[in-house]
Design a protein around this ligand. Structure first.
Ligand SMILES: CC(C)(COP(=O)(O)OP(=O)(O)OC[C@H]1O[C@@H](n2cnc3c(N)ncnc32)[C@H](O)[C@@H]1OP(=O)(O)O)[C@@H](O)C(=O)NCCC(=O)NCCS
Length: 167
């Protein structure tokens, strides 16, 4: 997975040194409301190491960095997920609470979506979102993903938002 650039953001590969900054996002109770629980610092580091293993294949969440000051404020990228028995490229994103509502997640996810279609050759992308997670659903909708179905995924109801390449 290479670096991606948008108007306001750089998306770059995460390294273990990013663990404290990413933990400020993934360790926050309100941010992780739709997850079983917030991550610990060790779990955050473990995720970064997992992503580092995925980067050569073009998957893995990248760090979202504000171009104006170099601050790491979230993550966004592709993770392949098995949904109803099929491996599918999911766009995932998490943003530091202090930066919500400024369009950053939408901007990052759009760049990742386009990267999946062009560089990775994906025929479609999905996002798996808990029904009550309205801000995440809005991000998907603003990037032209449409609600396809609701599935039981990891024991919990999830909306499958989906977009086909070329739509
Ligand atoms: C989801 C998340 C990444 C969005 O980040 P963000 O940078 O604030 O997103 P954006 O600013 O690009 O867009 C958010 C949209 O949701 C809307 N929104 C926020 N709260 C909302 C609510 N309670 N109900 C409806 N819409 C809401 C915003 O108004 C905005 O839409 P708009 O541009 O039409 O006004 C961020 O809230 C987050 O990190 N959430 C926790 C982690 C998470 O749930 N990740 C997704 C897992 S599926």
């Amino acid at each position: 997975m290479p670096s991606l650039e948008t108007g306001r953001l750089q998306l770059r590969q995460l390294t273990p040194e990013d663990a404290p900054a990413l933990f400020a996002v993934l360790g926050d109770r309100e941010t992780m409301l739709w997850y079983p629980r917030p991550f610990t610092l060790e779990e955050t580091l473990g995720r970064i190491e997992r992503y580092m293993g995925l980067y050569p294949s073009g998957a893995g969440l990248l760090g979202i960095v504000l171009k104006e000051n170099g601050q790491l404020i979230g993550d966004c990228g592709i993770i392949w997920q098995e949904v109803e028995g099929v491996q599918q490229p999911e766009i995932g994103y998490h943003m530091h609470r202090a930066h919500w509502g400024r369009g950053y997640a939408t901007e990052a996810a759009r760049a990742v979506r386009d990267y999946a279609f062009t560089a990775l050759g994906c025929t479609h992308v999905i996002s798996l979102i808990r029904p009550g997670n309205l801000s995440s659903r809005r991000v998907a909708e603003k990037n032209d993903l449409k609600l396809d179905r609701i599935v039981l995924w990891r024991g919990l109801e999830h909306c499958v938002y989906r977009m086909e390449r070329g739509r």
